[in-house]
Design a protein around this ligand. Structure first.
Ligand SMILES: NC(=O)c1ccc[n+]([C@@H]2O[C@H](COP(=O)([O-])OP(=O)(O)OC[C@H]3O[C@@H](n4cnc5c(N)ncnc54)[C@H](OP(=O)(O)O)[C@@H]3O)[C@@H](O)[C@H]2O)c1
Length: 253
């Protein structure tokens, strides 16, 4: 299953990389994910996972086929020069220009988006977007760039946390991707009674139900769960094989 970011096809599920405990295990899981057709990875200046992702892409051998989202600290988005330096560091750590760069958390979103737009025009990122935005901040971000458009929003979105659905209609109308972060509620969602019940009845792991539910909400949604275990990734990827029947969607409504 594929989804789109800025008109380019990416896998419908991406790999998160926050809070990696065992870098070697994460690296091996990432390579395994690439081999299984996942071509979207999320990082940020804050995560310090760019070198692992860069090495996995290099060993995989086709870095241009992997779509990397990164996010910059707000203090690197106040001035163009700081942003350019931060993105140059990202390029060195990743071994390629980031495909998509987001404002990690907004402070003065109009300025931050315009600074990112300048970086895009200098070739330091291929696309731009925002993260952790309210509806009001999102609306400002939509009109802030002068010559380009934001192509993605990365907000928290899970079965338990649905506030970001208020911007779904505009995202769908404009074809802007919604990268759903914390889609498993850090693993806690897998113990939800309704998720567990549907999982039991359909004989699939709870992680697959949590991700399949997000995929069912809209064609612009792209969940980005994090795992550093191949067996957990196998469970997550079962979401791509599950079509939630009406009774299950009703149960989870
Ligand atoms: N923009 C932002 O401000 C922001 C904020 C938060 C997150 N994010 C992004 O979104 C990504 C995902 O969010 P998250 O990492 O915070 O939380 P998450 O994806 O909701 O949950 C990750 C946790 O779930 C566990 N897990 C994964 N698959 C599992 C399975 N099949 N069974 C049991 N446990 C499982 C992982 O452990 P194992 O590794 O042991 O599998 C990990 O502890 C992040 O990594 C990051 O890239 C962005």
């Amino acid at each position: 299953m594929k989804r789109k970011i800025g008109g380019e096809e990416v896998s419908a599920i991406g790999m998160g990389s926050w809070d990696v405990h065992d870098p070697k295990a994460f690296y091996e899981t990432l390579l395994y994910a690439f081999e299984r057709g996942i071509n979207l990875v999320d990082t940020a200046e804050m995560y310090r996972t760019e070198p692992i992702i860069g090495e996995a892409m290099r060993v995989y051998g086709k870095p241009d086929e992997i779509f990397v989202t990164t996010k910059l600290y707000p203090w690197h988005l106040k001035e163009e020069e700081e942003c350019f330096k931060a993105l140059e560091r990202q390029r060195r750590r990743l071994g390629k220009v980031p495909d998509l760069t987001l404002v990690h958390w907004p402070e003065d979103i109009a300025t931050e988006v315009r600074v990112l737009e300048k970086a895009l025009e200098k070739g330091l990122t291929r696309m731009i977007g925002v993260s952790n935005v309210t509806k009001e901040q999102f609306e400002v971000a939509l009109t802030a760039p002068k010559r380009h458009e934001i192509v993605a929003v990365q907000n928290k979105y899970s079965y338990w946390f649905r506030r970001t659905e208020e911007i779904l209609p505009i995202l769908e109308e404009k074809g802007i991707a919604l990268q759903a972060h914390t889609p498993l509620e850090k693993g806690r969602l897998l113990h939800d009674q309704k998720i567990a019940k549907v999982a039991r009845e359909l004989s699939v792991p709870p992680a697959a139900i949590a991700i399949a539910w997000l995929l069912s909400r809209s064609p612009v949604v792209i969940p980005i769960p994090k795992t550093e275990r191949k067996e957990h990734l196998d469970e997550i990827l079962k979401a791509l094989e599950v079509k939630l029947p009406k009774w299950a969607l009703d149960e989870l409504s």
